[in-house]
Structure formats: structure tokens, C-alpha cells
Design a protein around this ligand. Structure first.
Ligand SMILES: CC(C)(COP(=O)(O)OP(=O)(O)OC[C@H]1O[C@@H](n2cnc3c(N)ncnc32)[C@H](O)[C@@H]1OP(=O)(O)O)[C@@H](O)C(=O)NCCC(=O)NCCSC(=O)CC(=O)O
Length: 445
């Protein structure tokens, strides 16, 4: 009985064997010139919208090297075809999944579980079926396809994959996360919906997991905890990232100004459940003692707020690295403040925004890859992954590094260029080219 229990426990572990972040072809890069052309050919927009877009894209910190689908480069953002959406996905499959098999030495027929998440594109047959066919996977592969689950879906897929593995001893799972940008360009002039065009870019990730104890020695990390939280029942939270039509009938994703606030609320709920599993007893006791003493002293909320330590656990006692969803500069800043992090902790998320943009569900794997490429992840370290997504959802997990993590991955040719020199010593390419919109009289154009 003991032996069976131990074997079951061993097989319930979830190891990360390897992962690949998609690097689209160089000719799909979105330079500031490209953005200028896309914006000015939209005849619905005028100087007030140009000024807004300039402010948002400069504030987002996105550089010159993120990627978009070909239909946008070919001036067809307003009339995408079904094939455009399929092409964007196929480019991810053919590059990232193929590289993952090549690097890991596993064959497509070794895969027992396949989970795919892409929010805004759900063709029939599914994208999961498309991958099975494209790579010639086995007839009995358990395939799952998730859509409409937003930017936090990669951890939902991870959760699904690890649960599916539990019923299949010594198996392999492939998790593919992406977002479909090709059919999702917003052409109207509602500010909350124009923001998405500035933030979201093409990307994707392919992640190989196993519960096979004999592969433990080849694993990069082991999954220690995963917690999923949603605030979907709250109206404000539910509508803060919402696909809808504007008043002229243009469809897009509207992002509310309250989104960072909703993210912090969902994060608080998530941490309530995660903290007790991750933090050392000494930190939990310290927090409990301070909480009780602040209650006994009937400390006013103002006093309590002025000394953040009274109210917050020190998360750094439980994890060393922060792999935060790069939803936008304001989202990263809100998380930084509520977790008491420093500039080093949020650098991987901000650099991911700068180089790749917000690639939705796959974003956090680019953040992990940045940390790995910088040589930050050492054996025994724990990395906290935190995602937010429409719903509203906050999902998090903690990995422990068990193997060598020294791959430069998608950052191979550029990791030394990040972080760029501090603001003030360089100029923003968008400001350089388009600051004139802040000077011209709206009536002149
Ligand atoms: C866009 C920004 C980078 C801009 O930052 P800045 O510091 O430069 O400036 P700022 O915040 O003052 O905003 C600049 C101008 O935009 C306006 N503004 C800001 N947010 C807005 C919104 N949601 N809707 C409409 N307008 C908005 C401000 O009022 C201001 O206009 P004015 O000058 O007129 O006052 C930041 O605001 C940001 O990161 N916002 C959060 C983005 C977000 O929601 N990301 C989540 C994506 S969803 C996701 O990742 C998950 C998922 O989809 O599932």
C-alpha cells in the first residue's frame, strides 16, 4: 500500500522538460514607421486620436522589434481572411513546436496530452487537432482546446495538463499558448479599445511537461504549487477586459481604466491561498503576530497603510524570482507596489513588453526565458509565475529550478541589449518621429 502511495505521489509531480518561445520571421517586425503607416491610413482617426495613441505607445514602453501578422503589414488589417488567422498560428506551430521537438529529442508521437489555448480564434477543426495532424501525433493523444480564456490561460492549460497527466503514469504533455492578432485588429476610435492595438503583438509558446520520474534528471524545473482565482462574478472585474462592439459597430477588446485595480484585487485573493503554501512558517507567524497586534492596538487604516509592513507578507521569503504577466506598464507597476518588489524583480516583465509586446497568454514564458538568458535561475531557486486575464482571472504558480537553466532561447541575439540605457540618455523612437502631433493644430490636418 505504501509503495503504491509513493508511486502515485511520484507520478503526480509535474516537471518542465523544456520550452520554446516563438520568434516570428524578421519581416514581421513592427517598427515605429510601420505603426505610423497603419495609424495614418485609418481615415477614421484624426489628430486627437494620434495624440492619444502616441501617449499610450510611448507609455507602454514597446520598442521597434515586436511582431504582427502579415495581413497588417499588407494593409489588410480591416479585412482579414480566415487564412490570415490560420497562417499566423501555423507560423508558431512550424517554428516553436518543431524547435521544441528538435531540442528535446522527443518525437510528436511521444506526446500523450496536448493542450492548446488561443483566446480569439476557435476554428473547426480545432487548433489542437490541426497540431495533431500537422505533426502526425498518435490517435490516442488526449487533446484539449481552450478559447476565450484571456491572457491568464497558459496557467489554466498548465493546470489542465498536470491533471490529465495524473491519470496517465509516465506521460508527456505539450502545452501551446498564443493569441490570434490577425483577425483582431480594432479599426474604430474608442480609446479603451484602441489601447489593445498598441499593446498586443504576435507571439506564442510551446512547453513540454512530464510526470515521468525517470526523466526528472532532464527537467529544468518542477511545479510546486498552482492556484487559480477568478472574480468573474463581480461586474466591474468582469467587464474590465471585454470583447465588444463600439458604437459604430467595430469589434475590439476594450480595456477599462480600472483594470490594474481589478488585477490587484484578484491578486490579493490568489495570494491568500498561495501564501500559506509557499512562505516559511516564520514569515506566516510574523505576519499573524503583526496582524493581531495591529487589531489589539486598533490601529487606524491610515496608520496601517503608512507602514506597509504591518499589512503585507514579505513574499521574498518564499520565492526568489518574479515572472509577471507583462499586461502593460500600469499592470506591472500595480503588482510591483502591492508585492513590495524592486526594479530588478520587474525588469524581466518590462523588458518582455519592450522587446515582444504583450503576447497575451504566452507572455510569461518570454519573461521566464529572459530570466534564464540572463543566468538568474539557479538550482534550488523558486520562480513565481503570475498571470492576469479577462474574466477577470488571476492565476499563479511556483516552480523550483532543478536542472541547468542556461538557454538564451528567443532572446539569443539580443539579451545583452536589455535593459536599454536609462531614460534620458536615449530617445523614444515614437517620440522622435511623431511628437509633431502634439504641436499641430487639429484643424490643420
Ligand atoms: C497604456 C499605458 C501603458 C499608458 O501609461 P502612461 O503612464 O503613459 O499614461 P496614462 O496611464 O496616464 O495613460 C495615458 C492616456 O491614456 C488614457 N487611458 C489609460 N488607460 C485607458 C483606458 N483603459 N481606456 C481609455 N483611456 C485610457 C489616460 O486617461 C491618458 O489619457 P489623457 O492624457 O487623456 O488623460 C498604461 O496606462 C497601462 O499600462 N495601462 C494598462 C493596460 C492594460 O489594461 N493592460 C492589460 C491588457 S489585458 C491583458 O493583458 C489580459 C487579457 O486581455 O486577458
Amino acid at each position: 500500500l505504501v509503495r503504491t502511495a509513493l508511486a502515485r505521489r511520484r507520478h503526480s509531480r509535474c516537471y518542465l522538460l523544456d520550452y520554446v518561445c516563438h520568434r516570428p520571421c524578421d519581416d514581421r517586425k513592427v517598427s515605429s514607421d510601420t505603426v505610423g503607416r497603419v495609424v495614418t491610413r485609418n481615415k477614421r482617426l484624426g489628430v486627437p486620436e494620434y495624440r492619444f495613441l502616441l501617449r499610450v505607445i510611448v507609455g507602454s514602453g514597446i520598442g521597434e522589434e515586436s511582431y504582427c501578422p502579415r495581413n497588417i503589414l499588407e494593409c489588410r488589417e480591416d479585412s482579414p481572411t480566415h487564412q490570415d488567422a490560420l497562417d499566423e498560428m501555423d507560423a508558431l506551430f512550424d517554428e516553436a513546436i518543431a524547435e521544441l521537438f528538435l531540442r528535446s529529442g522527443f518525437a510528436p508521437r511521444d506526446v500523450d496530452v496536448l493542450v492548446v489555448n488561443v483566446s480569439l480564434f476557435a476554428p473547426a477543426p480545432s487548433l489542437a487537432s490541426r497540431i495533431v495532424r500537422r505533426f502526425g501525433m498518435r490517435e490516442d493523444v488526449a487533446e484539449y482546446n481552450l478559447s476565450g480564456m484571456g491572457c491568464s490561460a497558459s496557467l489554466i492549460s498548465l493546470d489542465l495538463a498536470r491533471r490529465a497527466l495524473r491519470t496517465r503514469p509516465a506521460s508527456l504533455a505539450l502545452v501551446v499558448s498564443s493569441e490570434s492578432i490577425a483577425p483582431s485588429w480594432y479599426s474604430g476610435k474608442d480609446k479603451s479599445m484602441m489601447m489593445g492595438n498598441c499593446l498586443f503583438r504576435s507571439g506564442g509558446s510551446a512547453v513540454l511537461l512530464t510526470n515521468n520520474p525517470s526523466l526528472r534528471g532532464r527537467a529544468k524545473m518542477v511545479l510546486r504549487h498552482l492556484v487559480r482565482t477568478n472574480t468573474c462574478a463581480d461586474d466591474e472585474a468582469h467587464t474590465c477586459a471585454l470583447q465588444r462592439e463600439d458604437e459604430d459597430g467595430h469589434v475590439g477588446i476594450s480595456l477599462s481604466k480600472d483594470l490594474p485595480k481589478a488585477a490587484v484585487r484578484a491578486l490579493t485573493l490568489n495570494l491568500r491561498r498561495l501564501a500559506r503554501r509557499v512562505l516559511p512558517v516564520s514569515e506566516l507567524l510574523r505576519f499573524a503576530a503583526q496582524y493581531v497586534s495591529s487589531k489589539l492596538l486598533s490601529q487606524s487604516p491610515v496608520q496601517a497603510k503608512s507602514d506597509g509592513r504591518l499589512r503585507k507578507v514579505n513574499f521574498k521569503t518564499g520565492v526568489e524570482h518574479y515572472c509577471l504577466h507583462p499586461g502593460g506598464a500600469a499592470v506591472v507597476k500595480a503588482v510591483k507596489e502591492s508585492l513590495g518588489l524592486d526594479a530588478d524583480d520587474v525588469e524581466p516583465a518590462l523588458m518582455t513588453l519592450c522587446r515582444w509586446g504583450n503576447t497575451s497568454a504566452s507572455s510569461l514564458w518570454y519573461v521566464m526565458s529572459y530570466m534564464e538568458a540572463k543566468g538568474r535561475l539557479k538550482k534550488g531557486d523558486r520562480a513565481f509565475m503570475l498571470t492576469f486575464g479577462s474574466g477577470f482571472k488571476c492565476n499563479s504558480c511556483v516552480w523550483e529550478v532543478t536542472g541547468d537553466m542556461a538557454d538564451k532561447g528567443a532572446w539569443a541575439d539580443c539579451i545583452d541589449e536589455y535593459p536599454p540605457p536609462p531614460e534620458g540618455t536615449t530617445t523614444n523612437p515614437y517620440m522622435d518621429k511623431y511628437s509633431w502631433v502634439n504641436q499641430v493644430d487639429a484643424l490643420v490636418l
